[in-house]
Design a protein around this ligand. Structure first.
Ligand code: HEM
Length: 551
């Protein structure tokens, strides 16, 4: 046997003896770590279109941590390793993180032809939303991405449209059945199903009831049920009975792992189950677009489904999908980004907002008297119900509600703006001019400023009035963002921010108007936060007692 065959044989036998000395689980673990390391090595993407590198996903929180420890050893080491130095952090020429960089807002405000979020979105579609990775898909994406965003902007960004959409959501009626005091699954609302409801006291005339519930599960399903009904119609939500369960399993158990490069075929149960949820979501979105097409062509609709209340955003997207010849399956994949964008951050934010409002002593009572009473009209009966909700007053004239929401954004989210440099550009950080070359990615983690004590004093504390100011011209108290950027910035800024903010304010105001919420055990404890997919997740849910408001 030639000598190189000997060497190969001895390497093979070493490998065999190594593998046989390991348990099956250890072999899987070694294989997974090896695969992950392989994925982490920077290398050009195989296709013609750029993908956001997996390792860059990890570089963003690493730099955020380093930057938060100003002048510390970690920052000095990272600065020394950085490719460009100054206020640019990043060890490669492929990805740079901009932290507290003066001139960053100006730089990021460049047009989409220079700095674009599209390659990042396209990466998400492939890596997270399960779209096949092929040149055909890439071509279709780039041909129609901007046109597909326009109907989303029209429905969720435009003030009048967002208000009108939410008014269709019958928020007053929904808030009245936030909990139903029932233990019978046939009589509870869909959003109560995963909340571990336990009836403490039935609701009877003259003796208001009380239930125990997991607040995070209850609020996120409450919000998602309404929002998804407004986008895909009530039939979609009613027909797809595991929708909420599938959505959150995908969001919690799969999304973050896929982002850091774990493949969707990874052989563990959590991934397998989450992947099945993702497949069901795509199947149902595909079936939705098939029915919508039948409805708009005047053909019989599968199951005789009522498609009359499909939201304007999906009707607009359908026209673009038709124009560019997208198959129904392809539409299902692409709309994963929309359903996730609409709910992935908004509903967890509603949970944190309620936790902060109710856990701040006396604050809910102050809001009820000072602001909620001006936009939510209650009936005199018992139990009291909502007779009217004035969305205009809530958005315009409830600065304390708004300021407390801004403070919740600051504490509970990790917004990041990620752009692909499509044309060479210059970044002036005050001290130096940097050449940002075509083909690189730049990320701005806004959470670094959110937690900077030089910008926001006592950054770990919830200060409900932090964002209140007196307007110099009118003398009115107003809520202003200051240096907070919860929606990112530049042309790639969040296209659903108007709707998201109105939705959270409206759901919270109506819940506050009708319900008392207290922690089981009597003492509020804001749960520890862990990174989520934008908005943070609580390490554990908060068990609360919900009862009718005592006037
Ligand atoms: C509290 C809730 C929400 C938060 C915190 C949030 C935050 C963000 C952030 C930080 C970005 C990235 C911006 C950037 O790159 O500079 C973004 C993008 C986006 N968001 Fe939201 N979002 C929320 C709700 C929504 C809703 C309800 C929709 C409606 C569908 C939506 C649709 C979008 C879209 C389409 C983009 C991509 C914009 C583009 O690149 O052109 N978001 N969001």
């Amino acid at each position: 046997m030639p000598r190189h065959d000997d060497a190969a044989a001895s390497r093979a036998s070493l490998l065999t003896s190594l593998l046989t000395s390991l348990s099956a689980y250890q072999v899987v673990a070694v294989a997974l770590v090896g695969w992950l390391l392989y994925r982490l090595i920077p290398r050009p993407s195989s296709g013609s279109q750029p993908r956001f590198p997996v390792w860059a996903t990890l570089e963003i929180p690493l730099v955020s941590y380093v930057a938060a420890n100003k002048g510390g050893l970690a920052q000095r080491i990272y600065s020394a390793l950085s490719r460009f130095g100054g206020s640019l952090f990043g060890i490669s020429s492929t990805h740079q993180v901009l932290v507290n960089t003066s001139g960053v807002e100006k730089f990021m405000s460049q047009g989409l032809h220079s700095l674009t979020p599209e390659p990042m979105h396209n990466t998400l579609l492939v890596r997270v939303f399960g779209r096949p990775d092929s040149p055909r898909w890439d071509r279709m994406y780039y041909e129609s991405a901007r046109q597909l965003t326009i109907p989303v902007e029209r429905m969720f960004l435009n003030d009048a449209a967002a208000t009108a959409t939410l008014e269709r959501g019958a928020i007053a009626k929904r808030a009245a059945s936030f909990v139903t005091f029932s233990a019978d699954p046939a009589r509870t609302q869909p959003w109560e199903k995963s909340a571990g409801i336990r009836v403490v006291r039935p609701d009877t005339p003259g003796k208001p009831g009380a239930v125990e519930a997991n607040l995070q599960s209850l609020t996120r399903d409450f919000g998602a049920h309404m929002a998804i009904s407004l986008l895909y119609g009530r039939d979609f939500v009613a027909r797809y009975t595991t929708l909420l369960e599938d959505f959150w399993r995908f969001d919690n158990d799969m999304f973050p792992l896929l982002m850091i490069g774990i493949p969707d075929w990874a052989p563990f149960r959590m991934m397998r189950e989450a992947k099945a949820s993702r497949t069901r979501l795509i199947d149902e979105l595909e079936a939705f677009y098939r029915r919508l097409g039948q409805h708009s062509r005047g053909e019989p609709v599968d199951f005789g489904a009522d498609m009359s209340d499909a939201g304007d955003a999906v009707i607009g997207r359908q026209a673009v999908y038709d124009k560019y010849g997208w198959t129904m399956r392809e539409r299902g994949h692409a709309d994963m980004g929309v359903i996730w964008g609409q709910n992935g951050n908004t509903q967890p934010m509603l949970f944190w907002y309620l936790v902060y409002l109710y856990s701040t002593p006396g604050f809910v009572d102050e809001l009820r008297r000072g602001e909620v009473a001006s936009c939510v009209t209650l009936t005199d009966g018992s139990p009291s119900e909502i007779a009217g909700l004035d969305m205009g007053v809530l958005s315009r004239d409830c600065p304390r509600m708004k300021a407390a929401l801004f403070e919740t954004y600051r504490l509970a989210s990790d917004p990041t703006s990620i752009r692909y440099v499509a044309r060479d550009a210059k970044l002036d950080d005050g001290a130096r001019k940097h050449d940002m070359r075509q083909g690189m990615y730049v990320s701005v983690p806004h959470s670094v400023i959110q937690r900077d004590p030089d910008v926001f004093a006592e950054p770990d504390r919830f200060v409900p009035d932090r964002f209140l100011e007196v307007d110099e011209e009118t003398g009115k108290t107003v809520a202003r963002y200051g240096r907070l950027r919860p929606w990112g910035f530049g042309p790639g800024i969040c296209k659903g921010r108007t709707f998201a903010e109105k939705e959270i304010l409206a759901l919270a105001a109506t819940i506050i108007a009708l319900w008392d919420i207290n922690p089981v055990g009597g003492t509020w404890k804001v749960p520890t936060m862990m990174p989520g997919t934008g908005v943070k997740k609580p390490v554990e849910d908060v068990r609360v007692v919900i009862s009718r408001r005592v006037f």
